[in-house]
Design a protein around this ligand. Structure first.
Ligand SMILES: CC(C)(COP(=O)(O)OP(=O)(O)OC[C@H]1O[C@@H](n2cnc3c(N)ncnc32)[C@H](O)[C@@H]1OP(=O)(O)O)[C@@H](O)C(=O)NCCC(=O)NCCS
Length: 303
């Protein structure tokens, strides 16, 4: 088996393999329809193809994995193996290759989202040093009309000072956590926007009916407010601004993930009428709470 970075002509095949693997695992009638029209694999690979690895047996594509870099932290996934090759070591080989890249980059924490009810998944990752943390709720609510005018980066762009301000917020929650690459990927591909609160108090990176968001959906890929006495109010303001952005974009639904260990943020969403669509579990290598402390007003699901 050969494992190497994806080539530009292979992205469609990788996209199909990932959908078929997840669709098969989830028991969908047509596995190719997994994730609907959300474009997870290509959105990530377009920005950093070196972080998409493929496994080949001869000419046959049998698996793939992606790594996303958030400064000092990395996110592993999606990982997928062609169903006819399950349980023959392809997944383990891909995780090993991905973690070699992560470790070479000096990441201090690698996180992932997986299926808590699957003994296979939890043990597979556990053997590589990932420990199960809290459940992660992927939540959604209908977009309400809003006349707020959020400040966003799509118009002005994200220069060094804007990126530094975002990194200061995330870095206050976990040392070195930095979403700059993710912001560049979203703004560069024109698939979303970044809502920013005044005075560097918080930001929300949103895919707007494109990229990793399905049509009609504003997917909050990552949102955070700076810790401190005003965090609760800032979080409410940030979510109101996200809703206004979604409304202006003509989207019907906002979706976001929250680690249920972030008890304050989870309770806030629940109180504002968000409902859980499905649950995953966050696993962390090493065994760290990271940016999921009970008081952390952060949204992400590590998918
Ligand atoms: C999850 C997935 C990537 C794993 O790939 P794979 O190639 O089947 O995995 P591997 O064969 O390398 O390893 C699976 C390991 O789990 C073990 N395993 C299987 N069932 C198990 C169980 N009930 N309890 C514990 N371990 C189990 C296997 O024995 C194997 O370990 P071994 O080789 O030491 O025996 C693959 O099943 C897949 O594509 N699933 C659909 C997409 C998906 O779920 N992706 C991951 C989302 S986080």
């Amino acid at each position: 088996m050969e494992i190497r970075a994806v080539g530009p002509d292979e992205l469609d095949a990788v996209d199909r393999l990932v959908r078929v693997a997840f669709g098969t695992f989830l028991g969908l009638p047509d596995p190719t329809q997994a994730f609907g029209d959300a474009d997870v694999v290509r959105t990530r690979a377009r920005h950093s193809p070196e972080d998409t690895l493929v496994a080949l047996e001869g000419d046959a594509l049998v698996g793939a994995v992606q790594v996303v870099r958030w400064g000092s932290a990395s996110v592993l996934g999606p990982l997928a193996v062609a169903p006819e090759r399950w349980d023959s070591g392809v997944g383990r080989a891909l995780i090993g290759a991905a973690l070699a890249r992560v470790d070479a980059s000096g990441a201090t924490l690698t996180g992932l989202f997986t299926f808590p009810s699957s003994p296979k998944h939890v043990m597979l990752y556990h053997r590589f040093g990932f420990a199960p943390q809290h459940l992660v709720a992927v939540m959604a609510r209908a977009v309400a009309p809003s006349d707020r005018a959020p400040t966003t980066l799509a118009g002005v762009g994200a220069g060094p000072s804007e990126l530094a301000a975002l990194a200061a917020v995330s870095g206050a929650l976990y040392p070195g956590l930095d979403l700059s690459r993710e912001v560049a990927a979203v703004l560069g591909q024109g698939i979303g926007d970044v809502v920013v609160l005044d005075d560097g108090r918080g930001f929300a990176l949103c895919h707007l009916g494109a990229g990793e968001a399905a049509s009609g959906v504003c997917y909050v890929k990552f949102a955070a407010v700076a810790p401190g006495p005003s965090a609760s109010g800032d979080f409410a303001a940030l979510l109101s601004d996200v809703e206004a952005l979604a409304h202006r974009a003509g989207l019907a639904t906002i979706e976001a993930g929250v680690d249920t260990g972030r008890t304050a943020a989870y309770a806030a969403l629940s109180g504002w009428g968000w409902r859980t669509q499905f649950l995953g579990v966050r696993m962390s290598r090493p065994d760290l709470v990271g940016w999921s402390a009970p008081s952390a007003y952060v949204l992400d699901d590590l998918r």
